[in-house]
Structures are given as C-alpha cells and as structure tokens.
Design a protein around this ligand. Sequence first.
Ligand code: ADP
Ligand code: AMP
Length: 219
Amino acid sequence: MATYFVLLGPPGAGKGTQAKLAAERLGLAHVSSGDLFRENLSAKTELGMLAKGFMDRGELVPDDVTIAMVRDRLQRPDCKNGALLDGFPRTPAQAEALEAMLSEFGGNVSVAPYINVPMDVLIERLSGRWSCRAAGHVYHEKYNPPKVAGKCDMDGSELYQRDDDKAETVRRRIEVYLNQTAPLLVHYRQKGALVEIDGTLPIDDVSRELMQHLGAAQS
Ligand code: ADP
Ligand code: AMP
C-alpha cells in the first residue's frame, strides 16, 4: 500500500527543507504545491498565470484548481509508492479532497507531522530565505548558507529571493495560514495522525525527529 505523509506548519516552518531531505531518504516523491505553482509560473502556463495574482498577494489559489493540480501530480509514476506532501492540503476542502483521492489510489495519510515554530521566528526565516531556480532547494543566509554565495550546492543553479517573502506579503501569508490552514491541525489530531515537532531546533535535529516518525510509519 502506498504511504502518504502530510507536512503541516506555517510558512517558513521548514516544511520544504525537511521534505527534500526526508523524501530522498525514504524514496518517496516530494510533492510541493508551491513548487508546482512556481514551475507553472516560470513556464508561463495558463495555470501559472491564474495562480500568480493570488501568490503575489499572499492569498491561497482557489481550491478547485489546486486540487486538480495535486491530483494530477499524485498520479505520476514516481508517486506509485506514495508521497510526502508539502503545502497541501491548506484548507478543510483540500483535506477532504485528498482523502477521497487517496482512497481511490489505495492509500491514506498515515502521519501528519506538524513543524511548530512561533510566529515571531517566521519573518526572520523568510526574509533570509534563498531558493534555487532549478529544483527549489532551500537555503538561509544565516542558518543554512550555501557553500558558494548565490549558487545551489546540489545543482549549481542560481539562488533567488521569492517575491512573496517580502515582509508585507509574509504577514498576509501568516494571517491566511492562521485563518484557513491552522484548523487542519484539529482535523489530523482527531484522526490520530498528528505528531508535533519542535521546529525551532537546528535543521539536523528537526530532521532526526521527523525521520523517527516517518520511518516508523513506513516500516
Ligand atoms: P516552508 O517550506 O515551511 O515555508 P522552508 O523549508 O522554505 O519553509 O524554510 C524557511 C527558511 O527557514 C529557509 O530559509 C530555511 O533555510 C530556513 N530553515 C528551515 N528550517 C530551519 C531550522 N530548523 N532552523 C533555522 N532555519 C531553518
Ligand atoms: P509555498 O511555496 O507553500 O509557500 O506556497 C506559495 C504560494 O503558493 C502560497 O502563498 C499560495 O498562494 C500558493 N499555494 C501553495 N500551495 C497552496 C495550496 N495548497 N492551496 C492554495 N494555494 C497554495
């Protein structure tokens, strides 16, 4: 049976950082809805153009297009053993749609790790974030600097700062998280899938704790 994990936490908690490490270790696909929107944006697809306005304002892209995009992604061959979902679901409607599609694919959400980071830390995390153009690898100028400034350690591609990481947009994204996404914590706690992880620890410590939960669920 395929294994699906849902990483929860506010913007800047470290979901992308951890998902990339864990997906590689577990041999699972990393499915990031934000990365999928950014890929569509740089390829100038219709979906990318539609998403742009919402992303620039720090708002959520409407559920119907987001759900269709993720559904399509989860049907690709690299997801046959399951996936590590990062940034999806973000609303109760997306969580319901995910459960419906996973039962169709013969799986369910076995663990939903919640990376808990207090709100005041997030702005500093996001204002120092640098992302790689080629594959969305994530760095921080202070907490996780690349070996060579401006270049990705993994693939050598250029590092850039996301437009939606400016302080004003970050504040809106945090508000949106609190209003629309935080209720999912209750949903996954009620299902017995939620595990809380202290996201203020250094990246390697968070990773170790996360792997304990994910590895146990997969074996
Ligand atoms: P998310 O995907 O949840 O928005 P990211 O993984 O992109 O978050 O991380 C946001 C920023 O915080 C990045 O610059 C990343 O390098 C940095 N970061 C991630 N985890 C930690 C950590 N445990 N301690 C310090 N900085 C971190
Ligand atoms: P992220 O890379 O997860 O920080 O997402 C960047 C932006 O993409 C968000 O601020 C939203 O505009 C959009 N986005 C990503 N995932 C979703 C989702 N599941 N639902 C709606 N919008 C999303």
